[in-house]
Design a protein around this ligand. Structure first.
Ligand SMILES: Cc1cc2nc3c(=O)[nH]c(=O)nc-3n(C[C@H](O)[C@H](O)[C@H](O)COP(=O)(O)OP(=O)(O)OC[C@H]3O[C@@H](n4cnc5c(N)ncnc54)[C@H](O)[C@@H]3O)c2cc1C
Length: 345
């Protein structure tokens, strides 16, 4: 088993480049190691943070006073349409392989950073696809029961950027994920208007898998949403705020403040509002700066640490200013998408 190291700074393990030291840090190279480490820490009453690619984490300047288990288990097994990947596999490498092998279902999720084991946590999604559409099972260590369980997709409580895992964060450690990726040379119906227009097709059309991946990567890079060491706008945790979903009564209130605001209709009169629109119209344009933290110059939803000199608190001060500005102007409370460790918005 890999050794525990004390005092490792977490900043280099996150895409924001933020976060103080870990009480102890260990890399786990297999499911068995992950379970052993987490179970032993639980028995000893030691707090545990499971770390994937660190692309959806905001870690406090004080760090994490406990054991950080970095997931590094590898392996992919294929049985017909079912592809099972260990939690430590790189997500985009799996997508690239699926596209190369002619398997449809995750091509629009190209270029999303992070590891396979994190994809069910917030039901990773983009450009009209999310992993709830293809996940059939999740193997996880249930820390409460002290046993490894195979959860069917229906037990995962998937919703927009949400799941039962995020509801009860820390209870389950994902060990492996099974996706159903049917052999098909074509993408799923292109659901997202911007992607359809980039591909020169109508929404609902299907395109060769490689074309879908290339177009998604291009669109994402244009928004600073593909990690690139040369692009300071990618020193982020992706979208910092989720798109708020307002019940009918709240939507009517917003209509009074912002007649004709952009929206996507949801069941029962609810509407989803683009957080980026709220932010920009509350007076926070792309590139808006507060000290060393900045809104991405390419994407309003990304809070960035462009020169890698901000502290976590400085980044959060920017996010708080944005959240408070939107609340004051529109009466809508934005909620953070990344997971906060040892701090809060
Ligand atoms: C540039 C950029 C673009 C992004 N674009 C998108 C996007 O388009 N769509 C989208 O949905 N997300 C996006 N994200 C967010 C992020 O990439 C995803 O949420 C990703 O799944 C996080 O994976 P990770 O391995 O980095 O997780 P981490 O950041 O390491 O962890 C995130 C959370 O999951 C927990 N966790 C990690 N691994 C496990 C495990 N094996 N078992 C249990 N819990 C675990 C952690 O404890 C933490 O709570 C983007 C991020 C960046 C930086």
């Amino acid at each position: 088993m890999t050794e525990r190291v004390a005092g490792v700074r977490l900043a280099p393990y996150t895409t924001l480049g933020l976060g103080g030291p870990a009480g102890a840090f260990v890399e786990a190279g297999s499911s068995e190691e992950i379970v052993e480490l987490v179970a032993a820490a639980d028995r000893a009453g030691e707090p545990v943070l499971v770390l994937g690619g660190g692309s959806n984490l905001v870690v406090s300047d004080e760090g994490f006073d406990g054991l950080v288990v970095r997931v590094a288990s590898r392996g992919v097994e294929v049985a017909g349409d079912l592809v099972t990947a260990q939690a430590g596999e790189d997500w985009d490498a799996l997508v690239e392989r699926a596209v190369r092998e002619g398997r449809s279902g995750v091509e629009c999720l190209s270029g999303i950073p992070g590891l396979v084991g994190s994809t069910p946590i917030q039901n990773v999604g983009a450009y009209g696809q999310d992993v709830s559409q293809t996940i059939t099972a999740v193997r996880a260590y249930d820390r409460r029961a002290g046993e490894v369980r195979d959860l069917a997709a229906e037990e995962c409580g998937f919703a927009y950027r949400h799941s039962a895992f995020k509801d009860d964060l820390g209870r389950y450690v994902v060990l492996a994920v099974t996706y159903e990726l049917a052999g098909d040379a074509l993408s799923g119906p292109v659901a997202y208007r911007e992607l359809a227009s980039r591909l020169g097709v109508a929404p609902g059309d299907r395109v060769p898998l490689a074309d879908a991946r290339a177009a998604v990567l291009e669109l994402r890079a244009g928004k600073g949403m593909v990690l690139d060491a040369a692009d300071p706008d990618t020193r982020s945790a992706g979208s910092f705020f989720t798109n708020p979903v307002l019940a009918a009564a709240r939507a009517a209130e917003l209509e009074l403040r912002a007649p004709g605001f952009p929206r996507w209709d949801m069941p029962e009169g609810a509407v989803k509002v683009p957080a980026a629109w709220l932010i920009e119209n509350a007076g926070f344009p792309k590139g808006y700066r507060r000290g060393p933290a900045r809104i991405s110059t390419k994407h309003t939803l990304a809070m960035t640490n462009p020169e890698m000199v901000a502290s976590t608190e400085e980044l959060l001060d920017l996010a708080r200013e944005v959240r408070d500005g939107v609340l004051e102007k529109f009466g809508v409370t934005l909620v953070n998408e990344p997971v906060m460790v040892g701090t809060r918005l």
